[in-house]
Design a protein around this ligand. Structure first.
Ligand SMILES: *[C@@H]1O[C@H](CO)[C@@H](O)[C@H](O)[C@H]1NC(C)=O
Length: 265
């Protein structure tokens, strides 16, 4: 409840005092060098090294012990990702993806990609409170989280000032696992190599958001993915908090989730 109330307060305040998008900063978990984040190399289509997880993460019946944080807006298990034009889920390749915003990011132009694993008590308390609020029927106390943040990232061959800020939070109690996707500010959807307009970052084949377990059965495309409307993903949600999507991913419960999404949208 706490986060939701804070969000509402900030949203109300922002209509009086500041641009609306500022209110979305409250969605983001703390990130950046001050938080001890690692930073990916500033590259086009770059990735993190293989990150060995200090707590295994369950994703649809499989335990993963490492992952990659890829500049192009994907957290992947098993393989790193340099593909810049997104495909809809399920993918042919069978690699599990958590895709907050899969598109043609280029951090040589602007922005940074950060990540860290954490057992910081304040962060874990926030994970626990958020998940308990959205999934009151699931007993959950977070013991670990991975926070991956794309901070003011530009697109490949951008001829604009447009940047996107979004985040993926993975959290587990050692057994049950959740992913949370936070959209603070989405200004572009497509790089020119995917058919987009270099001046607007729109058009072509826009970004894809959602997740894919890699088994061809358990996957979810957030509505508006790979359409022009995905630029407005920050106004959509499946948990009553615009700009936030949360899924339990240790086993498939999206049949229920999908119904509630349909009701909300
Ligand atoms: C990404 O995968 C490619 C192909 O498997 C490999 O050559 C490259 O070293 C990997 N990059 C990182 C950062 O692990």
């Amino acid at each position: 409840m706490e986060t939701f109330c804070v969000f509402l307060l900030l949203a109300v305040g922002s209509t009086l005092t500041s641009p609306v998008q500022d209110s979305k900063d409250s969605l983001m978990y703390p990130y950046g060098p001050n938080q001890g984040d690692m930073e990916n190399p500033k590259e086009d289509d770059g990735t993190s090294p293989e990150i060995t997880l200090t707590e295994p993460f369950a994703f649809y019946g499989k335990q993963y012990h490492s992952l990659y944080v890829n500049n192009n807006g994907v957290v992947s298990f098993g393989v790193n990702v340099s593909q810049y034009t997104p495909d809809p889920f399920p993918l042919d390749g069978g690699s599990p993806f958590v895709a907050p915003f899969w598109g043609d990011v280029d951090t040589r132009i602007a922005g940074k990609v950060y990540w860290r694993q954490t057992r910081d008590q304040a962060v874990l308390r926030r994970c626990t409170a958020d998940i308990n609020q959205y999934f009151p029927e699931v007993p959950f106390v977070a013991v670990w989280a991975l926070i991956a943040t794309w901070d003011h990232v530009a697109f490949f061959r951008s001829a604009s000032k447009k940047v996107n800020t979004f985040q993926a939070v993975l959290t587990t109690d050692g057994n049950i696992a959740f992913i949370m996707l936070n959209y603070a500010d989405i200004q572009w959807t497509t790089g020119p190599a995917s058919g987009g307009d270099p001046k607007t970052g729109l058009g072509g084949i826009p970004a894809q958001a959602g997740f894919d377990s890699g088994d061809k059965i358990h996957y979810y495309n957030i509505p508006s993915s790979r359409t022009a409307d995905v630029v407005n993903i920050g106004g959509t949600t499946n948990v009553g908090v615009p700009g936030r999507w949360v899924f339990q991913v240790d086993e498939f419960v999206a049949a229920v989730t999908t119904e509630s999404i349909d009701c909300l949208l």
